[in-house]
Ligand binder design. Structure first.
Ligand code: ZN
Length: 243
């Protein structure tokens, strides 16, 4: 009873709007941008719909590999998994934690793996057959440098990547990673990607070059979405500093 009272009182208190201060690499050095709880909730809804398109549903199991500093999108993915009632485990995306990914893969037997990095694959490759591990996984959403490695061994991976403060997520059509047009503007200039905040975003971000080679595809995707898609210039397994 005392706890219920405490919670009721806590709900009446003022809550700060700010959820995260997002620091991201851009062409001219690090940039900061604020992320509010309201924006995080909208981002979570968008990711939920993207994961639903990939067939994620209640009762399935997921493995998420992410790093603490990626909380601005990791939180949205976790929120989406909870909303879809998908059980999840989390491993660190840095190479040194690849054994945790191996353990989760064995013990959890996930239907979906999200955020696989080239460093994790490199670590796993020492003791396992990557293709055998992930070919039977229904949905594999991997970082840019990991996608060609996985596809090279017959895993039909889709791309997930941070684009500065935004998240890009490829749909099952695998024809470029979608960016939420309600929240962000993506563009290309001289073969590199730019990102800007949409009108809804509390923290304004003018179009800034990200130093990521790629191009933007507009128009309706075969999945039905009007959200623009980005195609990255293919990165090798070792050039993963921006993945
Ligand atoms: Zn699509």
């Amino acid at each position: 009873m005392a706890r219920a009272d405490t919670l009721a009182r806590a709900r009446e208190l003022d809550h700060p709007e700010l959820a995260y201060l997002v620091r991201f690499p851009a062409a001219d050095g690090s940039q900061d941008m604020e992320l509010t709880w309201a924006e995080l909730a909208r981002d979570t809804n968008w990711v939920t719909e993207r994961l639903r398109e990939h067939g994620l549903a209640a009762g399935q199991k997921a493995l998420l590999t992410t790093s603490g500093f990626e909380g601005f999108w990791g939180h949205a993915v976790i929120g989406a998994l909870r909303a879809l009632r998908v059980t999840y485990g989390i491993a660190e995306a840095m190479g040194w934690d690849h054994r945790r990914t191996a353990v989760f893969h064995r013990e959890l037997d996930p239907n979906v793996v999200i955020g696989l990095s080239a460093e994790t694959l490199e670590g796993l490759a020492g003791a396992a057959d990557i293709g055998e591990m992930f070919r039977s996984t229904s949905v594999v959403l991997a970082r840019p440098a990991a996608v060609p490695v996985l596809r090279g061994v017959g895993v039909s991976a889709c791309m997930i990547t941070a684009l500065g403060p935004a998240l890009a997520l490829e749909c099952p059509e695998r024809s470029g990673a979608h960016v939420n047009a309600a929240e962000w503007r993506v563009a290309e200039q001289d073969g590199e990607l730019l990102i800007a905040s949409g009108e809804q975003r509390a923290s304004r971000l003018p179009a800034i070059p990200l130093g990521i080679p790629g191009r933007v595809i507009t128009g309706r995707c075969a999945c039905g979405s009007e959200d623009p898609r980005v195609l990255l210039a293919e990165a090798g397994p070792t050039s993963s500093s921006r993945s």
